[in-house]
Ligand binder design. Structure first.
Ligand SMILES: Cc1cc2nc3c(=O)[nH]c(=O)nc-3n(C[C@H](O)[C@H](O)[C@H](O)COP(=O)(O)OP(=O)(O)OC[C@H]3O[C@@H](n4cnc5c(N)ncnc54)[C@H](O)[C@@H]3O)c2cc1C
Ligand code: SF4
Length: 340
């Protein structure tokens, strides 16, 4: 049986108290929300904080406010089950509720939070193992070792960003609010993830993720498709988030005769691949294949081909990497066809 190491557990009731505790405890401290990622990591001795600070009793982090007109603000400690069941999220941001529904299992979604999901540790077959297993291969670069077993010549860790909500947040242009004793800042989801399996976030360890800001839904739609072996609870080994916004009807449309036949062109588009690299990958060539065009099968095929070309999965998660690369095309087709 794997046991947790000893640690101090703190439960602050205000944001000010939470950031003060972590600033005082230094690098040996870490926040915890549902613990569905952190506690297994602690049992495997991948992360070993001496002080663990719960963010579940902070009222600001447990709220959902706003709507599709003004944009939605979701507190970081809102559970995935609440995300799936929230009436406004289901009605106005179905892509968020849909992607959350694919995460792990109902029991884990009762505990796991949206914030914890967006800050998930990166994953790799050589890392997500117990201490003895990792010791047996002399560990690896990400923790306790000095070689990457996936790319032995590499000085970089290629562990995979494996959250289902991350590619969706990047695609729809969400922003994250971070608070520390030094102040507050907003950061775009698109710029928040580093292409490095060890240093995978722009967030400093002393910063608390307070809430997630979704943009108003004027004219855009989004979808998410996930590849995994077992539909019941596996992590994504490929996720495709597609976002498309139609332009105002101002000469940017194709007329096919009567007004009712008018086909609007795509004004903005983003396709983001998750589950295949240390950070989500925005495929700008796919966006270019769609922008200024009607969303027809030809342009969807061109965008899917761009995603196939860009996808370079490594051999450190489930499935053969060449097949996962091919699935980038197929899952982009599915994600975009859902928006037709
Ligand atoms: C069997 C199993 C299957 C899973 N399947 C999936 C899956 O299919 N898809 C998927 O995306 N995930 C999956 N997960 C991972 C995990 O359950 C979810 O990502 C969950 O949303 C994590 O949330 P949490 O609240 O439990 O995070 P925690 O474990 O509490 O925290 C995760 C990280 O975020 C930090 N953190 C949390 N909240 C804050 C905050 N407010 N401010 C600053 N730092 C914070 C913690 O310090 C930690 O580093 C799975 C996990 C398991 C065990
Ligand atoms: S990619 Fe390499 S360094 Fe990173 S966790 Fe896997 S084996 Fe370790």
């Amino acid at each position: 049986m794997m046991r947790l190491p000893k640690f101090d557990y703190r439960v602050p009731r205000t944001i000010a108290e939470a950031v003060k505790i972590i600033a005082g405890a230094g690098p040996e401290a870490q926040f915890v929300a549902g613990g569905t990622d952190l506690y297994p990591n602690m049992k495997r001795r991948q992360q070993t904080p001496r002080t663990v600070i719960s963010v579940m009793r902070l009222p600001e982090l447990n709220r959902v406010t706003g709507d599709k007109g003004q944009g939605l603000v979701i507190g970081a400690s809102v559970t995935l089950t609440d995300i799936c069941e929230n009436q406004i999220i289901k009605r106005d941001y179905p892509v968020i509720a849909g992607a959350a529904r694919t995460i792990s299992t109902p029991i884990l979604r009762n505990m796991g939070t949206i914030g914890g999901n967006l800050l998930l540790d990166t994953r790799c077959n050589y890392y997500d193992q117990n201490y003895e297993w990792r010791k047996g291969i002399n560990f690896c670069l990400k923790k306790d070792g000095d070689v990457c077993w996936v790319a032995p010549g590499s000085s970089k860790c290629w562990a995979v960003q494996s959250s289902d909500l991350v590619p969706v947040m990047v695609a729809i242009g969400a922003k994250f609010r971070l608070v520390s004793t030094l102040g507050e800042r907003m950061i775009e989801a698109a710029g928040f993830y580093n292409d490095d399996g060890i240093d995978y976030l722009k967030k400093r360890p002393d910063e608390l993720l307070v809430d997630i800001h979704l943009p108003p839904t004027n004219g855009w739609r989004a979808s998410y498709q996930k590849l995994r072996r077992r539909g019941a609870f596996d992590f994504p080994v490929l996720g495709v988030a597609a976002y498309v916004r139609y332009g105002p009807a101002s000469g940017n449309e194709v007329s096919t005769g009567s007004d009712s036949d008018r086909v609007l062109n795509v004004d903005d588009a983003r396709i983001v691949l998750g589950g295949i690299a240390p950070s989500p990958i925005e495929v700008s060539e796919a966006s270019q294949a769609l922008i200024g065009q009607p969303l027809t099968e030809d342009h969807i095929q061109a965008a899917a081909e761009a995603c196939y070309n860009k996808a370079r999965p490594l051999d450190n998660t489930d499935f053969v990497m060449n097949w996962r690369k091919q699935m980038a095309r197929e899952y982009t087709l599915r994600a975009l066809r859902e928006l037709l």
